[in-house]
Design a protein around this ligand. Structure first.
Ligand SMILES: [Zn+2]
Length: 76
């Protein structure tokens, strides 16, 4: 039996691509979670930039309303 082997994406350990390796392509549940964590931290890092314009957009209407309200109040 010559099962194909793959390298664990987290620690690069070679594991056999078999039913016994339940965490494949990772060598263990820990490596799977580590890779998952890396994904989440990457996803968290990416929106860091888009979030700023978004919150700025969300802030603008509120600030605009407040300013308009103030101007209206001052006019009348
Ligand atoms: Zn591993």
């Amino acid at each position: 039996m010559n099962l194909p082997s793959v390298a664990c994406p987290t620690c690069s350990r070679r594991i056999e691509w078999s039913e016994a390796e339940v965490h494949r392509p990772f060598c263990s549940d820990r490596c799977r979670l580590i890779d998952l964590g890396a994904w989440f931290s990457e996803e968290r890092a990416l929106p860091a930039e888009p979030v700023d314009p978004l919150s700025a957009q969300l802030d603008l209407p509120a600030a605009g309303n407040a300013a308009t309200g103030n101007i209206r109040h001052n006019d009348s």
